[in-house]
Design a binder for this molecule. Sequence first.
Ligand SMILES: Nc1ncnc2c1ncn2[C@@H]1O[C@H](COP(=O)(O)OP(=O)(O)O)[C@@H](O)[C@H]1O
Ligand SMILES: [Mg+2]
Length: 245
Amino acid sequence: MVTIALYNLKGGVGKTASAVNIAYLAAANGLKTLVWDLDPQGSSSFFMHVSAETKNESRKLFTDELSVKEAVQDAAFENLWVIPSDMSARNADLTLDGLKQSKKKLKSLLGGLKQFDLVILDCPPGISLLHDNVFNAADWILMPNIPTTLSIRSYETVVAYFEESGYDQSKIKCFFSMVDHRKNLHNEVMQQFYKDKVFFKNYIPYLSDVEKMGTHEQPVFEYANSSYAAQCYRDLWVEIKKTCL
Ligand SMILES: Nc1ncnc2c1ncn2[C@@H]1O[C@H](COP(=O)(O)OP(=O)(O)O)[C@@H](O)[C@H]1O
Ligand SMILES: [Mg+2]
């Protein structure tokens, strides 16, 4: 089982859109795939039409009141499952802080999900105790980055945090997201960072077909399978598969 976290310190960079679309492609490739929604916003749960079935479900997973196996739900697609989030996920840091091994709880819970080939963690933004759990548990930290100065600064902050905390930096892989080639800044930042081997060659442009996931409430392939957006995710998936699986 391989665990990939879609993560960035920043919000609104395309973590959830990528988590859902990449999970869909992995499942279509025959991998038993689970999306674990760790964000109280519940966006990936929403795209897969799944919601928590018991009260405070996200919290109960960390306190062992509910097993991960019980929390897994079918998504509407073959080979695809979801652990949805609810609002109790907003208190994940507080919950984890009260536990022994507070930085390794997620890793130990993932031990109960070995029946999957791939687990994708859809992370909330930030750097907190929950994220320490993600950094310990995930085999790969996949970071969508909008090619702007602030986005790149946040990437550098994360790299510095990894260094400081003794996490394995080679786990971090990045790709550009919401790219707009009409913007000189985007082109310049991409040029500069492609020298950095942690960035995938394939990227996701800013495309209205991706934005429309919100109105269709589905992965992009379900309503625009032959679009450029769908092709970009397929190309990125091939590169992710080669590197991470
Ligand atoms: N490549 C893209 N092109 C256009 N809109 C996008 C793209 N990726 C994401 N979006 C939109 O931007 C918003 C934030 O994306 P989301 O995936 O939820 O980011 P995050 O999970 O990092 O907060 C959403 O409304 C989403 O539909
Ligand atoms: Mg999100």
